[in-house]
Write a protein that binds this ligand. Structure first.
Ligand code: ATP
Length: 239
């Protein structure tokens, strides 16, 4: 079984087909998901993370059935949302990073040790007691990433991680992600972000339009996006 094994995923809340028969089976270390606004990328990320139970199909990550076995899912897969404020629930950096570790069953002192280790790794030990709301968006995004990394999941899902970040912060995050010792699944509108990846899946209106090596998928995706852009108006937006 591949590390990421999602088969025939169908998700249709209130009968609205958001994902239809999506397959993603890969052992690639760097996987990209591209598609237009409203094509179902975020929904797919949530299904892969086990946060949404699909109406059909099943996701296994590192063998764990993520929707049914939430405890196993915590060490199999982590997710970094596009907007850090959708993720953060605690007032201080230390509490925020410790939360997931506590969910995994670590004691307070064990969690604190791991929190300090991940803060140290990013040269941010002085952030432990910091109030999260006083950090910038890029800094809050880094707190979320540290929270995910502290749990050491096999797979990390990144939903447009660069949206809203300035160029230096993006470059820093890019270097950090490049170094991460986990499989990354990055959702993006920007084909350049995933051009060097192992596998790319193109979602269109909730279905797989194509998937495979980026050299095969991205030129067709870009040509299609350019074609749509030339004659597009906003009423054509998927969804
Ligand atoms: N719970 C839900 N009920 C009804 N419709 C939904 C639900 N969740 C998602 N959708 C719809 O499914 C479509 C896909 O949404 P999703 O956020 O997954 O797309 P996306 O590709 O991530 O979009 P974007 O690039 O704009 O962030 C949208 O039209 C959205 O409105």
């Amino acid at each position: 079984m591949p590390l990421i094994d999602a088969r025939n995923i169908t998700y249709a809340p209130d009968g609205v087909p958001v994902l239809t028969d999506v397959d993603l089976r890969s052992d690639g270390r760097r996987i990209g998901v591209v598609g237009r606004n409203g094509s179902g990328k975020t929904s797919l990320a949530r299904v892969l993370a086990g946060l949404i139970v699909p109406d059909g199909g099943e996701v296994r990550i590192a063998g764990a059935a993520v929707a049914r076995d939430r405890k196993a899912a915590l060490s199999a897969v982590g997710i970094l949302f596009q907007n850090p404020d959708h993720q953060i629930i605690f007032p201080t950096v230390e509490e925020e990073i410790a939360f997931g570790l506590g969910q995994m069953g670590l004691s307070g002192p064990e969690a604190r040790e791991k929190v300090m280790a991940v803060l140290d790794r990013f040269g941010k030990a002085h952030w432990a007691e910091a109030a999260i709301h006083r950090l910038s968006q890029g800094q809050r995004q880094l707190v979320c990433l540290m929270s995910v990394l502290a749990m050491r999941p096999r797979v990390i899902l990144l939903d447009e991680p660069f949206a809203g970040l300035d160029i230096p912060t993006s470059m820093h995050l890019f270097r950090v992600l490049d170094d991460v010792d986990a499989t990354l699944v990055q959702i993006t509108h920007d084909p350049a972000m995933v051009a060097g990846y192992d596998h790319v899946l193109w979602l269109d209106a909730g279905k797989v339009a194509a998937q495979g090596a980026p050299q095969a998928v991205l030129p067709v995706f870009e040509a299609r996006m350019t074609e749509l852009g030339a004659g597009d108006d906003l009423s054509d937006l998927a969804g």
